[in-house]
Design a binder for this molecule. Structure first.
Ligand code: FAD
Ligand code: NAP
Length: 336
C-alpha cells in the first residue's frame, strides 16, 4: 500500500515536521521490488528511510519514501571459531547487538545503543569506541533502484572508510540495502582501548569483562553523555571528526597545546567536538536549536526548530571552526 501526504515527524530523530508526498513500508524483498516497478509511481523520485537517526530534513520530501522494515535475524553459517549472522535491513541495530550478545556472538558489543536500523549501518560504516562495522562485515544484499535486481556486495566493494562507504559516494541513491551479514567470533577479543570503557568497567568493579560487561559499560557511558532523541531531538554527531595531515596537526599543536589528535593511518584525526567547543559553541542556544551542553558535536532541536535553522547553525559552526583553526568540518548527517 502506498500512503499519501505522510508526516515524517515520528520517523526522524530530530523530530522535524517534514511531510512525504508518498510513503510505502516494505517488509520483504519481493514487495520492495513490486513497489519499485509499480507503474503508478514510476516517475517519482525515491527516498530510502531507515530509523531516521542520521538525516536532517530541510523541506518536505517530494518523492516516494520507501521505509525499509525488512526483518529477521538468522544464523547463516557456523564453524569452530566463528558465526555468520544475516540480518534484515529493517531490524533495529541495537536489537541485533542484544541478540548477538545473548547468543555469545562477539564483535559488535562496542556498537551498543547506536540508534537506527541495520540497513543504514553500512552507509556510513557506523563506528563507536574503537570498533567499526567494517571490522565484522561479511557482505550485504541490495536492490538496485533502477532495475529492481538484487545483488550482493563484498566488503571490498562497499569501499568502507571513516564514516564512509560507496553508498554515500559513487552509488549514492542507487541501491536499497535489504540485508547485512556479519562475521562474529566465538572467542571474544575485547576492545576496551577507549579510556572511558576502562574507567566504567573499573567503576563497575569488573576486572575480567565479558561481551555483556563491555556492552553494559558502553550503554552506561552513552546514556550519561548523549541526549536521548525521544526527549531532545538530535541526530548524534552532526559533523565527522576531520582527518588532517599530521604536519597540520603539529602546527595546530604548537598554538593549541591541548588539542587532541589520534593516529589515522599516516594522517591525524582531530576531535570535531573539541574544535567546536573551543569556538564557544558548546551549550550555546541559537533560537530553537543549539550545540548540546555535554557534547558540542551534537546539534539539538529544542522543540520547534526547522531543518533550515539547524542547517544554518551548522554553517555558522563550520565557518567559525575554519576561521579559527583552518580546518574544514564536513557534515556526517545526510541533509535533504
Ligand atoms: P536513516 O537516518 O534512516 O538514513 C541514513 C541514510 O542512509 C539516509 O541517506 C538514507 O537514505 C540511507 N539509508 C537508510 N537505510 C537504507 C537502506 N536500507 N539502503 C540504502 N540506504 C539507506 N552513528 C555512528 O556511526 N556511531 C555512533 O555512535 C552513533 N551514535 C548516535 C547517537 C545518537 C543519539 C543518534 C541520534 C545517532 C547516532 N549515530 C551514530 C548516527 C546514526 O545512528 C547512524 O548513522 C545509523 O546507522 C543511522 O541509521 P538509520 O536507520 O536511522 O538511518
Ligand atoms: P569521546 O570519548 O569524548 O572522544 C572524542 C573523540 O575523540 C571521539 O569522537 C573519538 O573519535 C576520538 N577518540 C577518543 N578516544 C580515542 C581513542 N582512544 N582512539 C581514537 N580516537 C579516539 O567521544 P564521544 O563523543 O563520547 O563518543 C564516544 C564514541 O561514540 C565515539 O567513538 C563516537 O564516534 C561514537 N559516537 C558517535 C556518534 C555519531 O553520531 N556518529 C554519536 C555519539 C557517539 P571517533 O568518533 O572516531 O571514535
Amino acid at each position: 500500500m502506498i500512503e499519501q501526504n505522510v508526516s515524517l515527524q515520528p520517523y526522524n530523530t530530530f523530530g522535524l515536521t517534514a511531510k512525504a508526498k508518498l510513503l510505502s513500508r516494505v517488509t520483504d524483498v519481493p514487495t520492495l521490488q513490486a513497489v519499485l516497478s509499480d507503474s503508478t509511481v514510476k516517475n517519482e523520485e525515491r527516498f530510502i528511510l531507515g530509523g531516521g537517526s542520521n538525516i536532517l530534513l530541510t523541506k518536505d520530501i517530494n518523492a516516494l519514501v520507501v521505509k525499509n522494515e525488512i526483518g529477521g535475524i538468522e544464523l547463516e553459517y557456523e564453524d569452530s571459531d566463528s558465526f555468520r549472522i544475516k540480518s534484515g535491513a529493517g531490524v533495529v541495530w541495537h536489537d541485533l547487538v542484544m541478540h548477538c550478545i545473548a547468543n555469545g556472538y562477539a564483535g559488535i558489543e562496542n556498537l551498543s545503543l547506536i540508534p537506527g536500523n541495520v540497513g543504514a549501518a553500512p552507509m556510513q560504516n557506523i563506528g563507536a569506541y574503537g570498533v567499526e562495522l567494517k571490522n565484522v562485515f561479511h557482505s550485504l544484499e541490495a536492490v538496485e533502484i533502477a532495475t529492481g535486481e538484487l545483488r550482493r556486495f563484498s566488503a571490498e566493494e562497499c569501499q568502507f572508510g571513516y564514516r564512509e562507504s560507496v553508498f554515500k559516494r559513487k552509488l549514492k541513491g542507487q541501491y536499497i540495502i535489504t540485508s547485512v551479514s556479519l562475521n562474529l567470533s566465538k572467542a571474544p577479543e575485547l576492545n576496551t582501548s577507549y579510556g572511558a570503557i576502562e574507567q566504567e568497567l573499573e567503576r563497575l568493579n569488573i576486572s575480567t569483562p565479558t561481551i555483556q560487561d563491555v556492552s553494559r559499560a558502553v550503554i552506561n557511558i552513552r546514556s550519561s553523555k548523549l541526549p536521548d532523541p525521544k526527549i531532545l531531538g538530535n541526530s548524534g554527531s552532526f559533523f565527522k571528526n576531520p582527518v588532517v595531515e599530521t604536519s597540520q596537526f603539529e602546527e595546530l599543536k604548537a598554538n593549541y597545546a591541548s588539542i587532541p589528535g589520534y593516529p589515522a593511518g599516516d594522517k591525524t584525526k582531530l576531535a570535531a567536538g573539541w574544535l567546536i567547543e573551543q569556538c564557544g559553541w558548546k551549550g550555546k542556544v541559537v533560537g530553537n536549536t543549539g550545540s548540546h551542553a555535554q557534547q558540542a558535536l551534537v546539534l539539538v532541536n529544542y522543540g520547534n526548530a526547522t531543518g533550515v535553522e539547524i542547517f544554518e547553525l551548522s554553517e555558522q559552526i563550520m565557518q567559525s571552526v575554519y576561521n579559527t583553526f583552518g580546518v574544514q568540518l564536513e557534515r556526517e548527517v545526510n541533509v535533504y
